[in-house]
Ligand binder design. Structure first.
Ligand SMILES: *Cc1c(COP(=O)(O)O)cnc(C)c1O
Length: 220
């Protein structure tokens, strides 16, 4: 399918999710281009996409240098020793999940880095991210790292979750976001929620996602 057609379908599903939940502002769609070529990523941009996401350094740098005028999201696990290769090309990092990573980012960044704190909301053993109950202390401990701005929280739901489970995970992330916001930490406005992928974005939008990360359904 061409990307334009896929995008129209996704946008119409977003519209119905917004109507159901009575929200007015549409989420930003991040086209996750990790499975596809530069040409296919460009097709997404031609269709109107302005945000691209990649989960590996090589793919990230390849798309970032080939495609101009887009906002680049690094959505994968970032190894501490690789931070210097990529961090100054990143507009948003979705996978801040440990102090050692924060420290290295702070050391290597030449500008403020917009970070999502990754949360393991379902508490799956196989998933990256902080446990819910660790998030607030983690964010407070970032105070010394002046190059880090916590723009929001990110999660990945388990692939086998039921709709009911998904809804409860996304609700939990939203509640945690409000909790962080209520602390009024200057470097952690936490206005954004990065949640929802090809299979679960409609529920994520209903529950307040402001960034959805779509690969397969859009460009796959
Ligand atoms: C691959 C990936 C996505 C997109 O997944 P799809 O199911 O293909 O939409 C979103 N977020 C992260 C972190 C990913 O690694």
């Amino acid at each position: 399918m061409d990307v334009k057609h896929n995008l129209q379908q996704i946008e119409s599903e977003i519209q119905s999710a917004m109507q159901k939940s009575e929200r007015n502002e549409a989420p930003t769609i991040i086209a996750v281009t990790k499975y596809v070529t530069i040409d296919r990523a460009k097709e997404a941009v031609d269709a109107g996409i302005t945000h691209l996401g990649e989960n590996r350094i090589e793919g990230f740098l390849e798309k970032q240098s080939a495609i101009t005028g887009v906002t680049m999201h690094f959505i994968g696990t970032l190894q501490t020793r690789k931070v210097k290769e990529v961090i100054n090309h990143v507009d948003y990092l979705h996978s801040l999940d440990r102090m050692s990573l924060a420290k290295e980012i702070n050391k290597r960044a030449e500008k403020t880095i917009n970070c999502f704190v990754q949360v393991n909301i379902s508490d799956e053993a196989s998933k990256h991210g902080l446990k819910q109950e660790e998030v607030l202390d983690f964010i407070r401990a970032l105070a010394d790292y002046e190059r880090i701005c916590v723009v929001g929280l990110m999660t990945m739901a388990p692939i086998d979750a039921t709709d009911e489970d998904l809804r409860s995970y996304f609700k939990a992330l939203k509640a945690l976001q409000l909790n962080v916001q209520s602390e009024q930490i200057p470097y952690a406005p936490c206005t954004e929620l990065s949640m929802g992928m090809s299979n679960d974005y409609a529920i994520a939008v209903e529950e307040g996602a402001t960034f959805i990360r779509i690969g397969t359904k859009l460009v796959g």
